[in-house]
Write a protein that binds this ligand. Structure first.
Ligand code: SF4
Length: 371
């Protein structure tokens, strides 16, 4: 059964209501079991779990240390292009926003790489808007080939591709693909994504399957927190990961928690998630799934990020610029969103060490996986 078929079996309002009706008894059971299921996940993200935050954090810390040790993987995003043919109403790169647009040339990419390498990074995340002509798969393939000698691990967060395209990129050393469904609320999805390829809910929903079939090492999922009821959206994300883990058992999975940030447009989230709720959500994922890698970006402020070290997070971005060319030309005003944690990579590395954790710049050699 495809995930589309599984998704269609669920009713959004019923899921939302069933989460709301979870009790403290359900939460205690979810905290006590060593093998939590999706009903336990619902209890952990429910309002009934809010008084249990301390117990959840303690359990999450212990599970994270057991599986991942006292380490935090460091990565940096490289924004290659802010050109986009889509009109997501919450995004600063929305094609209707009047901002300067650019896609980095080969020379500009290498200028950025030079600065990034001087900061010590081995893990890089390539980010683009969704513009098939300007920054489609041919462009990404060229960039991956060009920068592969400089990085141990290359990830992408770009437009969803066909399976053959992922296979092409894998051959050149692509390690991870991040693709966020934004919201699993099919009826409302079109309100946020009115035009372009991204308007096709099902094509996006099937993307992790195409990535899995292409044999990519790691798939990153998530939803955009603030668009719809975050508890229901998180349930569907957990359901999606659960399905993928069973189907692509060799693949690793990670989860990210993008919260809507101020940008050049005027979109305001209708379902904001506060700091305590975000901690609850991250702990719920960790308790539900002990293998899951949990990533936290510089969208979050430094206090929140520092407090989450150890509790569940396994990877963090650092020193991020969200505008193309931002590392070598920091004055540019082409940002997708404002970063909240604007410390340097060294400062973030030091903060991780101050917590008694080890920042990891490179976790393994590609050849060790391929051999
Ligand atoms: S979220 Fe992505 S696809 Fe949508 S407008 Fe922004 S860059 Fe384009």
């Amino acid at each position: 059964m495809s995930f589309q078929q599984i998704h269609e079996k669920y009713n959004w309002d019923e899921i939302s209501e069933s989460i709301r009706l979870k009790t403290s008894h359900d939460v205690k059971r979810a905290l006590a079991t060593s093998n939590p299921d999706l009903e336990d996940f619902k209890a952990l993200v429910s309002p009934a779990a809010e008084p249990f935050l301390e117990q959840m954090a303690q359990k999450s810390l212990q599970l994270t240390q057991t599986r991942f040790g006292k380490t935090v993987q460091m990565y940096i995003p490289l924004y290659l292009s802010n050109e986009c043919a889509n009109g997501c109403i919450y995004c600063g790169f929305n094609c209707k926003n009047q901002i300067d647009r650019c896609t980095l040339s080969r020379e500009q990419v290498m200028e950025e790489v030079k600065v990034i390498k001087s900061l010590g990074f081995e893990h890089i995340l390539l980010v683009t808007g969704e513009h098939p002509k300007r920054c489609g798969v041919d462009y990404i393939e060229e960039v991956v080939k060009m920068i592969k000698p400089y990085f141990a691990n290359i990830s992408i967060e770009i437009a969803p591709l066909d399976r053959e395209d992922y296979t092409r990129l894998k051959q050149h050393g692509l390690n991870t693909v991040y693709v966020y469904q934004e919201t699993y609320h099919k009826e409302n999805y079109g309100n946020y994504h009115p035009r372009g390829r991204k308007a096709d809910f099902n094509y996006r929903l099937d993307t992790p399957d195409r990535i899995g079939l292409a044999g990519i090492h790691r798939i990153g999922l998530g939803c955009l927190l603030g668009l719809e009821d975050w508890r229901a959206d998180s349930f569907f994300t957990a359901l999606h990961i659960h399905y993928l883990e069973q189907k692509y058992w060799r693949t690793k999975f990670s989860i990210s928690f993008p919260r809507l940030r101020p940008h050049a447009g005027s979109f305001q989230p209708q379902y904001p998630i506060n700091d305590r709720q975000l901690v609850q959500l991250m702990c719920a994922y960790r308790i539900f799934n002990q293998e899951l890698e949990i990533s936290l970006s510089t969208r979050e402020n430094h206090i929140f990020r520092d407090n989450m070290i150890g509790i569940g997070v396994t990877s963090m971005s650092a020193g991020s610029k969200t505008e193309p060319g931002g590392y070598s030309n920091p004055d540019k005003e082409l940002k997708q969103f404002e970063v909240s944690d604007d410390r340097t990579a060294d400062e973030i590395s030091q903060a991780i060490q101050n917590k008694g954790y080890e920042p990891v710049w490179k976790d393994w050699d590609h050849c060790l996986v391929e051999c």
